[in-house]
Design a protein around this ligand. Structure first.
Ligand SMILES: C[S@@+](CC[C@H](N)C(=O)[O-])C[C@H]1O[C@@H](n2cnc3c(N)ncnc32)[C@H](O)[C@@H]1O
Length: 312
């Protein structure tokens, strides 16, 4: 028999339940993120350096990557940060064998962090409910079954209705919205784990000036967009309502990376004759940094930050 449930439960099971997508699959086999890119780690290392200086260079400086995927970001940072940096990945997956030993791996967010907490493309994967306006103009939860069929369910009430009214009002039949409360809750958890320093979440998202009328629910498999079917076969994601996140500052990745020295210039052609390998390396850095800052691509992602006592 077909079982319809709200999207939050369907996403939770499909992504994180037994045999769920993220229990089996490596993010990089299905999509590219900033955190997988070495030149992004160089910029994060510069940010860490600024936070470290702001904290007066403590004996131990934490860098915690929450939702670390295969640990790519910390893997790159391990060769960029000095031995005072204590690197911790928080991930549901097991630690990859080839990561440096100095990277600790945990399923739980640590407490009392002094340093930098970073979560790249985590909030968009926090299961959330979807609201839809039915033909009579009533706002109801959308329900979905394992084949991806949807139907309107109960009316949206309580905290969810309040959130929609404040952040994403929908009125016209067919309009849809992702209810952002679980993303706010995850942000509060991230912010709560830092005692001093900076908390940074990076994600794609939107602000009240430009909410998409049909919502943003999407799914990916093997590098391609697919129909969102919550059966564990694909990543299911929805953009973050970034202005609803209770952080201190929101700006685009392009702007934030600009302050950290990206994009880097293309190397001069003369280098290709003098040092062909060096030229190829620098060219790859320049094109990766252009990708990270592209206005219509990763550069349009949002950096949400809060600093606590001494952080940047
Ligand atoms: C889209 S991937 C991003 C991976 C990496 N940060 C990157 O940008 O390449 C999201 C990751 O968050 C992890 N994740 C989701 N919920 C989590 C939780 N509550 N605790 C730890 N990891 C979680 C998933 O297992 C997945 O690897």
């Amino acid at each position: 028999m077909t079982q319809f449930t709200r999207w939050s439960l369907a996403m939770e099971r499909a992504l994180y339940g037994p045999g769920g997508f993220y229990r089996r699959e490596l993010p990089r086999h299905h999509f590219s993120t900033s955190a997988q890119t070495p030149v992004f780690a160089e910029a994060v290392a510069r940010l860490a350096e600024e936070v470290d200086e702001g904290l007066g260079r403590p004996a131990v400086f934490d860098v915690v990557d929450v939702g670390a995927g295969n640990g790519e970001l910390l893997g790159h940072l391990a060769s960029l940060l000095d031995e005072r940096a204590r690197l911790t990945a928080v991930e549901l997956r097991p630690k990859p064998r080839d990561l440096p030993e100095r990277i600790a791996w945990s399923a739980d967010v640590p407490r009392g962090v002094t340093g930098l907490v970073i979560a790249c493309e985590l909030l968009d994967n926090m299961p959330c409910d979807i609201a839809v306006v039915d033909e009579s103009g009533e706002v109801r939860y959308e329900e979905v079954d394992e084949s991806g069929e949807t139907r309107p369910g109960d009316p949206v009430t309580g905290a969810d209705a309040k959130w929609l009214a404040e952040w994403w009002p929908i009125r016209e039949p067919g309009e849809r919205a992702e209810i952002g409360l679980p993303r706010e809750a995850k942000w509060r958890e991230l912010a709560g784990c830092a005692e001093t320093g900076t908390v940074l979440a990076i994600d794609y998202g939107h602000t009240s000036a430009a909410r998409p009328a049909g919502g943003t629910l999407a799914a990916f498999r093997g590098g391609r967009g697919v129909r969102p079917v919550p059966d564990g076969s694909c990543d299911i994601t929805a953009h973050v309502a970034v202005d609803a996140i209770p952080c201190e500052q929101v700006r685009t990745q392009r702007e934030a990376l600009g302050e950290l020295g990206l994009p880097v210039d293309r190397p001069p052609l003369a280098l290709a004759y003098r040092d062909p390998t060096g030229y190829a390396v620098e060219l790859a850095r320049a094109s990766a940094s252009a990708r990270l800052t592209a206005r219509s691509g990763l550069g349009a992602h949002w950096w949400m930050t809060t600093s606590k006592a001494g952080g940047r």
